[in-house]
Ligand binder design. Structure first.
Ligand code: NAI
Length: 268
């Protein structure tokens, strides 16, 4: 029996919540969704940076910054309550918060493993659970987008904990797409690769490590990644933001459980 689905709401009437949105890809995504008319909740470990990013977008009737540690169920619940208080609901969620500790298998500690899995695998689960509850109650459908990674599929050295956490996120997309479809909630993923400009991940040690692995200067890493791609283009946070926007647009109302690579093409 065919189900009657709620029609997707136009972005201009939607409330979008982006985690890890004080920096890099999350910030660009919040800016894009706001530019398309959504009210945005910028959630980040750093309240100060979240509020600064929100203020860059506009006044508190279009963008608010809130604190969250996505690895804590209580903090996630408070974030969702703040979003509902600010804008009356949640329609679109981007599971973006993340961090990469680029370490070899023998260097990876239990703490390294736990941190990356707590933030990305468990964190996205907690955020999906708390926000899907609101969306189901609203009976208006919704979108959840995971920012996973090329590393969820492809393998390279010094990546065991990060890559495994990203693969966990990628499979959550398929599992939740299957489960939440009956509520009109679409769940999709974006797999970026090599976003250097504007990304804090590269300031936090990942960049230095990768540059050393490839034998290039850190400042040349973006160009180095670009040369490896099929399109010979550097991937920017705005490229990921555009993919999120397209996945949540009315034009893709019949697409769920999909992962879009945004990596300028990876040669086999
Ligand atoms: P970024 O470091 O610029 O931004 C990450 C944000 O997440 C920061 O603002 C940070 O404060 C926040 N955050 C970290 N832990 C958190 C927590 N427990 N709770 C809430 N917020 C937290 O990084 P970037 O590059 O923008 O990455 C965003 C996402 O994209 C991450 O999930 C990353 O793994 C993924 N990604 C990035 C790629 C890249 O080349 N930069 C490639 C593939 C995936």
């Amino acid at each position: 029996k065919l189900q009657r689905m709620p029609k997707p709401k136009p972005l201009a009437t939607r409330v979008a919540l982006v985690t890890g949105a004080a920096s890099g890809i999350g910030k660009a995504t919040a800016e894009k969704l706001a530019a398309e008319g959504a009210c945005v909740v910028i959630a980040d470990l750093s309240l100060e940076n979240a509020q600064a990013a929100a203020a860059e977008i506009g006044s508190t009737d279009v963008a608010v910054g809130v604190h969250v540690d996505v690895s804590s169920a209580d903090a996630v619940q408070s974030m969702v309550e703040a979003a509902v208080l600010a804008f009356g609901g949640v329609d679109l969620v981007v599971n973006n918060a993340g961090l990469s500790l680029s370490r070899s298998l023998l260097e990876t500690t239990e703490k390294d493993w736990d941190l990356q899995h707590d933030v990305m695998a468990k964190g996205s689960f907690l955020v999906a659970k708390a926000t899907a509850k609101v969306m189901i109650e609203q009976e208006m459908g919704g979108d959840i987008v995971y920012i996973s990674s090329k590393n969820s599929i492809f393998a390279g050295p010094n990546n065991v904990a990060y890559g495994a956490a990203k693969a966990d996120q990628a499979h959550q997309v398929r599992l939740l797409a299957a489960e939440l479809g009956e509520h009109g909630i679409k769940v999709n993923g974006v797999n970026p690769d090599g976003v250097v400009q504007g990304s804090g991940i590269f300031a936090s040690g990942w960049g230095a490590n990768r540059a050393a692995v490839y034998g290039v200067e850190e400042k040349d890493l973006g160009k180095f990644y670009a040369q490896r791609t099929i399109l010979k283009r550097e991937v920017l946070p705005s490229n990921i933001a555009n993919a999120v926007f397209v996945l949540c647009s009315a034009e893709l109302s019949h697409t769920t459980g999909l992962h879009i690579p945004v990596d300028a093409g990876v040669a086999a």
